[in-house]
Design a protein around this ligand. Sequence first.
Ligand SMILES: C[S@@+](CC[C@H](N)C(=O)[O-])C[C@H]1O[C@@H](n2cnc3c(N)ncnc32)[C@H](O)[C@@H]1O
Length: 281
Amino acid sequence: MYKLVYLRKVCVKKMKIDPIIKWSGSKRSQAQDIIKKFEEFDCYYEPFLGGGSVMYAVNPSHAICGDICEPLIGFWKIVQNNPQKVIEYYTNEWNRLQKDGYNVFYDIRSRFNIYKSPLDLLFLSRTCVNGLIRFNTEGNFNNSFHHTRKGIDPKRLEKIVIEWHKRIANVQFICGDYRETTQTATKNDIIYLDPPYENTKGRYYGTINYEHFYKYLEELNRKEIKYVLSFDGIRGEKEYETGIPKELYVKKYMLQSGNSSFKKVMDKSNEQVYEALYLNW
Ligand SMILES: C[S@@+](CC[C@H](N)C(=O)[O-])C[C@H]1O[C@@H](n2cnc3c(N)ncnc32)[C@H](O)[C@@H]1O
């Protein structure tokens, strides 16, 4: 039998997570509630890394993290190995934007869609509408410039880059499918999974085959490897419930995660979002 528990956000002071790169589906507002459910582990795995807020909250001493999005993993590697390069790049492009206006954003967007440079991805995430990273089916970035915002000030970003640089010192980054990133996991490790939701096709880079994903969860259960999975959600009146077979998990929590920025943009609504968290122990 599985257990379902609803958790409302309680107003206790939490660690502030300043995002370094904005990412659709970010778990920033729930990261600390999510990691409260973790048990001790040797190695932390996060194969759908995105903007990495859960990894940041964990602050692991040994971790393997990955994503299918190549420029994103390229970005994480630059933050790890050469944070100064990130700061210099952003400062130059941000100054150019302030001087020459929004055409700079569209130049960088076209350049990104040809060369897929990790630093251009950072710039777009920091200056596009509501920081919503959105790709079309060809994998091209297609959000527009946020006219009423200037983009984060380079001096503020510099502090954030240095903070993340320290946090990710012990992380090995892998660009690839989730199964590849987690193939070395064992019983003593923990895997946090945050795949693209079934109903959000096209917003993320890449999609997954859910039949394969359920087989993967089955395999983790068979090997007794612990997983924590963020999956479906309830947005306002609508329930985005997916068909995770009940035998694949042991507990289910509903975490309140704030308002949906995607919905805010699409139909200007202010819906409360609950997201489910599944545990296999
Ligand atoms: C919901 S987002 C993760 C958000 C992340 N937890 C955060 O806080 O920013 C899902 C991620 O899965 C990645 N992805 C999609 N298909 C994948 C696959 N087959 N293997 C690994 N990553 C994949 C996307 O690029 C995206 O970054």
